[in-house]
Write a protein that binds this ligand. Structure first.
Ligand code: ATP
Length: 196
């Protein structure tokens, strides 16, 4: 049976970078699971590429059908935005291996929904000082850097990914992302070792 690999880690640990590298690796033939959101589409975004954009009504329908695997709601200045994963056409091939980036909570829900055998955590870790330097480096390249938001996330991560929560979620394996190429290789080998 195919696996669902759930990549997790604090901000600026390199999830997005590694996610793209792993998806491009033909030997792994991983398929991405595109999440859903109720937030308005931004310029440059395409429905079904970054997210499936949908309204509250559509979300209610999916909830009624029991198709929403996990959901997070964020109270923003523009209203409440919901992000969620749906058991839809994307996840229907049982032989296929899938990859997604998730929170620790999302991982727990996916595992409850699909079963422990099918959902595999990929936890990425970087020493805090290096991670902060990378976060600043990335932010500095933005046209309008948001250092305050970056700091807020940095602090929130400590609580969201506390050792206690990691233990609760039974995350024992950690991929330390010092050297990017090496980390990609380590994850690649791990994924290949998981295939039946
Ligand atoms: N091994 C590495 N060595 C040096 N820089 C790295 C490494 N891995 C990633 N980076 C850089 O660190 C920054 C953060 O990486 P990335 O955006 O992939 O992290 P992320 O975990 O997806 O972050 P977030 O959750 O905040 O979106 C990027 O500028 C990326 O190029």
């Amino acid at each position: 049976m195919g696996k669902i690999y759930c990549m997790m880690g604090k901000s600026s640990t390199g999830k997005d970078t590694l996610y793209k590298m792993l998806l491009e690796d033909g030997a792994l033939s991983l398929k991405k699971i595109i999440p859903y959101t109720t937030r308005p589409m931004r310029r440059g975004e395409t429905d079904g590429v970054e997210y499936y954009f949908c309204g509250e009504k559509e979300l209610s329908g999916l909830l009624e059908q029991g198709k929403v695997i996990e959901l997070r709601a964020y109270d923003t200045v523009q209203g409440v935005w919901k992000y969620f994963t749906v058991d839809d056409h994307q996840i229907q091939d049982l032989r296929q291996n899938y990859l997604l980036i998730g929170t620790l909570e999302a991982y727990g829900k996916l595992r409850d929904y699909f079963g422990k055998e099918r959902v595999v955590p990929i936890y990425i870790e970087v020493e805090d000082g290096i991670r902060l330097e990378r976060a600043i480096g990335r932010e500095r390249q933005q046209r309008e850097p948001h250092y305050e938001e970056m700091c807020r996330r940095f602090l929130a991560d400590a609580a969201d990914f506390s050792e206690e929560k990691l233990l609760d979620a039974q995350i024992t394996m950690r991929f330390v992302n010092d050297d990017l190429k090496q980390t990609e290789e380590n994850i690649r080998d791990y994924i290949l070792s998981q295939n039946d």
